[in-house]
Ligand binder design. Structure first.
Ligand code: HEM
Length: 435
């Protein structure tokens, strides 16, 4: 299964689909949202609504792809103009909601040369994910692939597909997802969290912290630096090194430039050398430069440790000791992990703090749970985290209400039928994250 490498295999799923069980979200209940009833029919191997209990349409009798509703659009550009007018850039989540209000639970849209089917029902999404096979494929990050070729660098698991993705992913899973690996970097991450809280204590104005968003962004890069490089980058320092300041800036720029490149063919963007293309290339080049510099420094330390008979440990040590991955592939994976880690975690924590402030009863309950497990002078360990189910629920509920990834996409390797429509292999389908 293709899943996030850092969130326990958890795609931020809104509602766990289980055999007829009702799984309402705890904060959603506070919101007054109605819970959803779902069931999975194992007998027919098809996903069914409890109320409808309809068996899946076979491919032979399905309606053709052309019958899927959606905006007509003009030749070449498709519905680009309408999409831009309705916020596809900047307010993409609202744009997706609008399309579903206009066309129902399934629609198709062509923006530029790129066609996508939008799904709004978790059961349809489940069907999509069930056919993903051994090498699941997201919508290709064409602009990023072009950057790797253009700069003669190796791609990592965020960009790779097929057997190469699988080989890299198998190696990266080991230091990222195993619980004893978490134990290795917990003390350093604890230090980063302490520094952030101290910073907030000392620099708040009254009860207000001036720029919590940027602070959390910096905190996030610092944490991932600890995990990947086993060292502090200094993102939380009041006077940051120029290279670290530029790294922070590059991660910001990368994401906004990439969003813009989604609405124009990347080959044309490269040919015309438009600003989003130049920004994206410069941002990736910088992230790679820092990744390469940090990896080289750490590899040198590990070589020296080995000479002294010390077995190196940590994320890079696992990769370094694996004969199945080359150094340029390590650079690619580390650069991509660095880019993927930051906005995801910082925005999620931002929303979690917002929700805890909005629902003081949940905040009180969480405080009580934490106080019962850890005393103020105690360090958080992997074991203590296991004893905090309410904390885990708060994070999961935050991801359900405010998912950082707006949609999760797949390009299935075989034709599928969803809602009675045939969708050819290779066509991208995306599920809104908060359905
Ligand atoms: C709240 C935090 C996070 C959320 C909600 C999140 C969410 C996601 C989602 C939805 C995907 C797509 C999975 C799929 O295609 O099925 C993904 C992929 C990925 N994430 Fe995360 N992520 C988070 C944190 C991180 C962090 C901290 C890192 C790096 C340290 C990271 C690295 C990646 C990578 C490398 C992939 C591509 C994995 C692959 O295709 O094999 N993510 N993430």
């Amino acid at each position: 299964m293709r899943r996030c490498v850092a969130t326990c295999g958890a795609v931020p799923r809104p509602i766990r689909i289980s055999c007829g069980r009702l799984v309402p979200g705890f904060l959603a209940t506070v919101h007054g949202e109605p819970p959803v009833k779902l069931c999975y029919s194992t007998a027919s191997q098809s996903i069914v609504h409890r109320d409808e209990c309809k068996v899946a349409t076979p491919l032979t009798t399905a309606l053709p792809f052309s019958k899927i509703p959606g905006p007509k659009g003009a030749p070449l550009i498709g519905s680009l103009v309408d999409a831009l007018r309705n916020g596809v850039l900047g307010k993409t989540h609202e744009f997706f909601q609008l399309r579903h209000r206009q066309y129902g639970p399934i629609y198709k849209e062509r923006i530029g040369g790129y066609t996508c089917v939008g799904l709004n029902d978790p059961l349809d999404a489940e069907r999509l994910f069930r056919v993903e096979g051994r090498y699941p494929r997201r919508v290709d990050m064409v602009a990023w692939e072009m950057h790797r070729r253009h700069s003669n660098r190796e791609a990592g698991i965020l960009v790779l597909n097929g057997p190469e993705w699988h080989r890299n992913r198998t190696i990266v899973n080991k230091p990222m997802l195993r619980s004893h690996s978490v134990a290795h970097y917990t003390p350093m991450v604890n230090g980063v969290c302490r520094d952030l809280v101290d910073q907030w204590r000392h620099h708040r104005i009254g009860t207000t912290v001036a720029d919590i968003r940027q602070d959390l962004f910096n905190w996030s890069i610092e944490c991932v630096g600890c995990i990947l490089f086993d060292c502090r980058l200094g993102c939380l320092e009041m006077t940051r090194r120029d290279d670290i300041q530029q790294l922070i800036q590059s991660v910001h720029v990368l994401l906004s430039a990439t969003e813009r490149l989604f609405v124009m063919p990347p080959a044309l963007a490269k040919l015309l050398n438009v600003k989003p293309w130049r920004d994206m290339v410069a941002a990736w080049d910088y992230i790679f430069a820092i990744a390469e510099q940090q990896v080289n420094q750490r590899l040198e330390v590990m070589r020296q440790e080995q000479e002294r008979g010390i077995t190196p440990s940590g994320f890079l040590a696992t990769l370094y000791c694996s004969p199945k991955i080359r150094t340029d592939e390590i650079y690619g994976n580390v650069a991509e992990l660095l880019a993927a880690a930051v906005e995801t975690t910082s925005n999620t924590i931002h929303w979690a703090l917002f929700l805890l402030a909005k629902y003081p009863e949940s905040q009180g309950k969480l405080w009580k749970e934490i106080s019962a497990v850890i005393s103020p002078e105690e360090e958080v360990t992997h074991d203590t985290l296991e004893k905090l189910p309410y904390l885990k629920a708060v994070i999961k509920e935050t991801l359900r209400l405010y998912p950082v990834g707006i949609a999760n996409t797949r390009m299935p390797s075989q034709d599928i039928v969803i809602r009675g429509f045939s969708i050819p292999a290779g066509i991208a389908s995306s599920k809104r994250s908060n359905v």
